[in-house]
Design a protein around this ligand. Sequence first.
Ligand code: HEM
Length: 505
Amino acid sequence: IGKRDPRMPKGPPTIPILGNAHLVPPEGLFKQFRSWAKEYGPVFSLKFGPSNMIVLCDRKAIHALLDKKSNIYSDRPHTYVGQLLTKGDMIALEQMDDHWRLKRKVVAHNFSPKQLDEKHFKVQEAEATMLMADLLNDPKGFYNHIRRYTASVASVLIFGSRGATFDSFWAHGVYDVMSKWTEAMEPGANPPVDEYPLLQWVPLWLAPWKRRAILAGQTMDKVWGEAVNRVQKRRAHGLRRDCITDTLLDEWKDGMPISQHSFNNLVGELVEGAADTTAAQLLTLVMAFAKNPRVQKRAQEEIDKVCGTERFPLWSDFKDIPYINAIVKEGMRWRPVAVTGSPHRVREDDYYQGMLIPKDSTIIVPVWALHHGDEFDDENEFRPERYMGHSKLANDYAGSPDWANRDHYGYGAGRRICPGMHFAERNMWRVTAKLLWAFEFAEPLDPKTGKVISLDPDAYNRGILQAPLPYNVQVTPRSPQHVQTIKREIAAAKEFLKPWEELKD
Ligand code: HEM
């Protein structure tokens, strides 16, 4: 046990029983992947007791395996902690079976480019106007205003209720779930229970990691149970709203093809997928703007030429303001929220360039390590210019056979690639363009000395999803004309969002 099959890709030397388990740092495994790739080659392996992990820090290998052989590379590793947390009901952790296909279809249909560009965009536009209004009224609260925006857009589309302030259940509920979820699931934060199943029998009182997972699951059940209850209560009063949960409840009125718990988690998971990840990337961008006035200036020059001060940038300006797309991509490269991607599992023995990839190996796309490899000059610099040759959206590159030209791996790869990416790309483009059109972002000043307080670009939370820890920036409107234009649009945005106002009990 713990010994590497010599036919497998190379990796760090193993010790009996543990294999490489003793080498996993309690945090920062995502950075360690880069060091190991440099030492053992871009496709390397790790042993955790009897289990195998294959890390693909290599564009060509990702395409050859996850994209081209997705029929065998699209399961998920079994996770005891994930099971404790979700009771098996979570699309992101499920095996590639009929249950997963049914759920994936719901997501793909509701968040297709067509649905987004013909229907949902109006919600995104109106909420983005409200975000600008929030930043005008309370610039210091920008951190939660951005988190409110992403949660509220998702809650409108999914539950038919907006979170007008961060205090609203519809805005903060998802963050209550996610903070517990990401801590409980961080690679390295739990004992290797999947490799040594005996650990499952450690009693609860001796296993804080188990208690943490159960607690995270209880929070999840409570929040999504309440969300669905609120929808059902509203419907019992004859109030049907235009949203995904109502549509599914109508469609499945004669019987659900999944359990109630699975349904609650499915709709909840969509808000989870949408809110925290997108907010993390947007908060990364705001920090990058404050630290890089040059980037803001270049973007604003492009935006001003197209929009002036009289109107906001719109999605229809996408082609005319190419720097915004480059900024969004550079944010995904520089600080990808899913630092180690989401693990896949291979169904059968396979070979890559003569190396054995044993059945049931966990396959990792080490997103942060790929994005900080030697192919990027000054990989620690935030420099959108590196993406100026990539004028398309992420899905165009992910679906292309030209693997060498892929923009980034922030949404994963293969058949499990993020089904919310069309939604995320549009959210990020819209908000980034509008924020830069309206505001200047600068690092904060020390009130006593008047000196600039430099923001720490590495101050991120731990966990499988990493967002900047709360920080301060100065947010200043660019001109009175910009302020006037925002104010002019607020009434129409509020009116549009009225049908999704939160109901009072
Ligand atoms: C910037 C925003 C986002 C990022 C960076 C992101 C990233 C990811 C990644 C890395 C995966 C795993 C892919 C893989 O296994 O290879 C994933 C899966 C998933 N994402 Fe996203 N995501 C984002 C936004 C969204 C949105 C807006 C939604 C929902 C509308 C969503 C829903 C999902 C779901 C349901 C899965 C699981 C798919 C499966 O296992 O089949 N995500 N996402």
